[in-house]
Write a protein that binds this ligand. Sequence first.
Ligand SMILES: Nc1ncnc2c1ncn2[C@@H]1O[C@H](COP(=O)(O)OP(=O)(O)O)[C@@H](O)[C@H]1O
Ligand SMILES: [Mg+2]
Length: 348
Amino acid sequence: MDLQSILDLHPKEKRIGSGGLGDVYLMPNGNVVKVIKIAPLGGSRTLKRRVISEEGYQRIAKGMQGQNYFGEEAALRLQWATREGEVGRELQGEPNIIEVLGYQGVMAYNGLYAEVLMKKACGASLDSHLNGTFKGKDWASYPLEERAHVAREIIRAVKAGHNRGVIHGDIKPHNIFYDSSSKKVTVLDLGCARKVKNGWKNPPSREIEDFMNANLSSETRAYGTPAYIAPEQALGVVTMSGDIFSTGIVAYEVFTGDDAFVTKGKLGAEIVRERITYNYKDRKKLLDAAAPYYLPPAVISGLSHTLDPRVEARTFCLLEQACDKILDAKENKPALIYSISENSESYL
Ligand SMILES: Nc1ncnc2c1ncn2[C@@H]1O[C@H](COP(=O)(O)OP(=O)(O)O)[C@@H](O)[C@H]1O
Ligand SMILES: [Mg+2]
């Protein structure tokens, strides 16, 4: 089946997710489509849904860049949608990254839309696992090995992207799916992703975004999510180390069940301001003092490295190695050596 025939009208009742950019629908064949509204077409015109040719799409994209005739917001949305499709294509075959099957422009109802077709991720969002809404199961009851596995798979996904020269730009639990039965971890949402020229092995070329292009207070979407954003990314500098920092925050939550930074009840702008002026040494002190008893020192050290704003690729590996160590120990010692829930004295 080609993309056009798969992507027919999207019945509202099959909506399985929504985010800053648009809605996500489950298709009858089990795939998923993200529908991003680019711009209204004006008037109350109702059009029969029509797929725009690749050429037409490119023409619109160019026109938007050049003349901005749909406005700045529409140009940004088109850029995100195109990026998501193109980066997705680039990352095909990575086991921990969502498989993007294609993208296209569509005229429908009264607007211009972009549709990104993907495979459905297995499981539920890591966010729902962490906050206990997934089948009411408390994250505290997940054994340490399982947490180490989840953290390691996220690290692997981020590294795989970096190896192919892609910065994800919005690593957070809502954009990660975890299937507790198959243990599969999938990173989704490539809407903030961008390509860099150098891969993981070379020092990342710092891509300075035109910070004035978007208004951070109203549209943080272009730059990630305040609670997970790295300090330099909050200032508009998107780097691989920003992804590592965000992964560090996620890993902290995965390992401890707590937030790495107090962000609840705060406005996005406030969180961003705090993040920019964030003092790594204070954070480290807090981490040392508050780290749960069951966390192996290597994990604490790995976390404190990834939460350092000067984080580098090689420090990221420390956390990965710490996860490996826990998982190796599990393979060699089948007992509950690292179990959190069953025995408070189990980490010896
Ligand atoms: N491939 C997918 N499989 C399953 N659920 C998905 C998939 N893509 C998106 N979703 C769901 O839709 C939500 C929004 O999608 P996302 O790509 O994160 O969009 P946004 O850029 O708007 O945040 C996700 O948090 C997730 O719950
Ligand atoms: Mg998202």
